[in-house]
Design a protein around this ligand. Structure first.
Ligand code: ACO
Length: 325
């Protein structure tokens, strides 16, 4: 049995509203609200970086679990916006938290599905050898997106979420995870510059290519709805649990219209679908652990509740996880 021992999260203080964006690019509150449901998002302070956000989320999860840095046996960080190119954010986090020389690694590039994939990896590691694994989902997207591309910049925000997982009993049991990938759809959401295919050059940096997130919006929308609803139903079927037993669905928070469409396709009541995209925007691999932490903190999850998490991300990846509180 794999348990979640503690939940944590962190959002920066700086609020960036739709009107704030309208003062920078050619957009307005009405367009952003009707297309995405986003009203505001949080941006990290100038002196904060991915490691700072990770640390603050990790500390809340460790405190909630009643554990200190010496209790952590492994660290996984899911992020597409790492602290530096090399080494991984997880090794820097190990040092920052003052943990022992335990194994650490990043799960990067999986976009917004990365954190659910990471808890699946942690689950396998715990089954292999009983240990306590810190799993962080973090994104500091405001520093890596183009502040000139209105089609993408208004969608994102900065945040971190975390859990500590371990064997035996805890606050929730991780019942199962199902994930999948369709690599043939890699081009519908991609940031190319900086890898070996398109290394950085002075010219590409000057042209802002390293911030050019390319997104086929309507295709991402379609795939997101199709995959998140299908993998959620597949997971419930595998667990032999009807949808009516789900107390709360926490979907990846990219866009309220996507969330509504998934809810509609599943046929789940609106009040059972968690939404905070209006306040934080799309925080990448942080949305699901952040939502989980908020729902838990707000008392929206009660003992006995079945909670389902689902996400999609660049890859194209999708994943669902079920937790029994
Ligand atoms: N403000 C005003 N107008 C804008 C803005 C903006 N911020 N951005 C784009 N527009 C314009 C476009 O230029 C276009 O103008 P045109 O018709 O003159 O060419 C018009 O609005 C319509 O653009 P569309 O892309 O067709 O708008 P659409 O209704 O498809 O909505 C959106 C765009 C919100 C991105 C939608 O496609 C979507 O939600 N897709 C899913 C993508 C997503 O959620 N990605 C999240 C990141 S990835 C992840 O989470 C894994």
């Amino acid at each position: 049995m794999t348990a979640v021992l503690g939940f944590g999260g962190y959002v920066p203080d700086r609020v960036m509203t739709n009107d704030d964006w309208a003062a920078i690019v050619d957009t307005d509150d009405e367009w952003i609200t009707t297309r995405t449901g986003i009203k505001e998002r949080r941006f990290a302070a100038d002196d904060q970086s991915t490691l700072d956000l990770s640390e603050l989320a990790a500390l809340t999860a460790m405190k909630d679990a009643g554990l200190n840095q010496d209790d952590i046996d492994e660290i996984v960080v899911a992020t597409d916006t790492p602290e530096v190119y090399t080494p991984d954010t997880a090794s820097l986090l190990q040092d920052r938290l003052g943990c022992r020389n335990v194994p650490t690694y990043d799960l990067g590039g999986s976009g917004c599905a990365g954190w659910i994939q990471a808890i699946d990896v942690a689950r396998a590691r715990i089954a292999f050898e009983p240990k306590k694994v810190l799993v962080v989902g973090v994104e500091l997207i405001s520093r890596l997106i183009s502040w000139e591309d209105r089609a993408t910049c208004v969608l994102f925000g900065d945040a971190a979420g975390a859990v500590v997982m371990g064997p035996g009993d805890g606050k929730a049991e991780l019942l199962d995870v199902i994930s999948g990938t369709d690599g043939s759809k890699a081009d519908i959401l991609t940031l190319q510059t900086g890898g070996t295919r398109h290394p950085f050059t002075v010219e590409s940096a000057a042209a802002g290519d390293h911030q050019r997130l390319e997104m086929k919006g309507s295709e991402v929308f379609r795939e997101a709805v199709r995959r998140m609803s299908a993998v959620t139903l597949e997971l419930l079927e595998k667990l032999d649990r009807p949808l009516s037993e789900v107390a709360l669905l926490i979907p990846h928070q990219a866009n309220k219209r996507i969330i509504d469409a998934v809810g509609h396709k599943l046929g789940i009541e609106e009040d059972k679908v968690f939404i905070n995209v209006d306040r934080y925007g799309n925080t990448g691999s942080a949305t699901v652990p952040l939502g989980l932490w908020e729902a838990y903190e707000q008392g929206r999850i009660k003992p006995g509740d079945l909670v389902v998490l689902t996400a999609f991300g660049a890859g194209f990846h999708w994943a669902s996880a079920a937790m029994q509180f």
